[in-house]
Design a protein around this ligand. Structure first.
Ligand SMILES: [Zn+2]
Length: 74
């Protein structure tokens, strides 16, 4: 198992646009939520749907997980 100091992940919507310049975020629900809430790439891609995704994440945690990539990019 890889052991990072902190478990990090990367926003998939940032990766699509920024590639390897996408900034890692800490793999915690609240951090991911905060990132997505402020992520212009996420909002650009999903528009109104983005509100639903963020609104549903308390109910369904996996709805956020779909938007992050937990593997380190090569
Ligand atoms: Zn992002």
């Amino acid at each position: 198992m890889l052991q990072d100091k902190e478990h990090q992940c990367v926003c998939k919507d940032c990766i699509e646009v920024l590639k390897d310049k996408a900034k890692p975020i800490i793999n915690r629900k609240e951090r991911i939520h905060k990132h997505l809430a402020n992520c212009e790439h996420f909002w650009t891609k999903y528009g109104k749907e983005a509100e639903d995704i963020l609104g549903n994440c308390d109910v369904e945690e996996t709805s956020l997980a779909k938007h992050i990539c937990c593997q380190r990019h090569m």
